[in-house]
Design a protein around this ligand. Structure first.
Ligand SMILES: [Zn+2]
Length: 131
């Protein structure tokens, strides 16, 4: 008998063996496609992440991982989003409690919800000036 398959069920002969090799490649391609689709990202988003990854590697090499950078940025953003009370308010300016920047206000009335310089969320007890 001339076998068409090997002992493990793989195709054995001539053109059929080529089909077996192709099916291995197709299986590997679907496996990689599945891994990509598991990310839930579009190709454009993957390209953006790849650029970030490349820039991180260029800047830091292997001294820090992308996840460590994301964690650090996340912590900074969380802290910056916690409102800090503005206490140093003058007639035409106030000072950011986070970075100390001198920002403009109107008659002791701070209208900024965020520091225009550092982005810190601000909490203001506006009293303004009674006329
Ligand atoms: Zn600031």
């Amino acid at each position: 008998m001339n076998r068409l398959t090997d002992e493990n069920g793989g195709l054995k002969q001539g053109p059929l063996m080529i089909l077996d090799k192709i099916s291995d490649h197709v299986f590997e391609a679907f496996k990689k496609l599945s891994q990509y689709e598991n990310t839930g990202l579009d190709p454009e988003e993957v390209e953006q992440l790849a650029l970030v990854y490349k820039r991180v590697k260029e800047a830091f090499g292997d001294t820090i991982t992308v996840n460590e950078i994301v964690d650090a940025v996340w912590d900074e953003l969380k802290e910056r989003d916690m409102a800090m009370e503005v206490e140093d308010i003058h007639l035409d300016e106030y000072y950011c409690p986070a970075c100390g920047a001198e920002n403009s206000c109107n008659q002791r009335c701070v209208e900024d919800n965020f520091c225009p310089v550092c982005g810190q969320r601000l909490k203001v007890k506006n009293e303004g000036i009674e006329w």
